[in-house]
Design a protein around this ligand. Structure first.
Ligand code: FES
Length: 159
């Protein structure tokens, strides 16, 4: 069963300051995602109720913007940069290696719930290309060997 949203007292208080109208959908969704890590069905329903909007309209906004996640993410999020600099220096191979080692496609989470694989356009550290970000930590000039070491390290931390 999904947890009732907003669960945190601070979030409930913040929602009291957000106008109850459709224009508030985006900040409300951001609030849900900040608290839950993704947009649960319950969270979307609560946003719809607060914004006096249909759940389908809220869902439409949630699917339009790439900042929103509709599935619970893994413990660690791997963001592979596929921007120009990283592409030139081998991001395609990095991505293929991660897909192979994790057994998932972009946007999916490993069955053990440890990793979610994502693709981004630029991490803002092009001089380190090809780059991968794990949660908030950047790893630069990654090749197959580095990827294996990164996965091993984060899996170990997840235990
Ligand atoms: S293109 Fe990859 S970090 Fe900028």
């Amino acid at each position: 069963m999904e947890a009732c949203f907003p669960a945190a007292k601070a979030t409930r208080k913040a929602w009291d300051q957000i106008p109850r109208r459709p224009e508030s959908i985006i900040p409300l969704l951001q609030s849900v995602q900040e608290e839950q890590g993704y947009l649960s069905e319950e969270g979307i329903a609560q946003v719809a109720a607060h914004a006096h909007s249909a759940a389908s309209a809220v869902y439409g906004v949630a699917t339009f913007y790439s900042q929103f996640r509709l599935r619970r993410p893994g413990l660690h999020t791997l963001r592979v940069c596929e921007g120009t600099a990283c592409h030139v220096l081998g991001s395609e191979e990095v991505m293929e290696t991660l897909k192979e080692l994790l057994g998932v496609e972009v946007g999916e989470t490993t069955p053990d719930g440890v990793f979610t694989l994502e693709s981004v356009r630029c991490l803002g550290c092009c001089s380190l290309a090809p780059a991968v970000m794990v949660d908030n930590e950047t790893h630069g000039r990654v090749g197959r060997k580095e990827i294996a070491a990164i996965l091993k390290r984060y899996r170990k931390d997840a235990r």
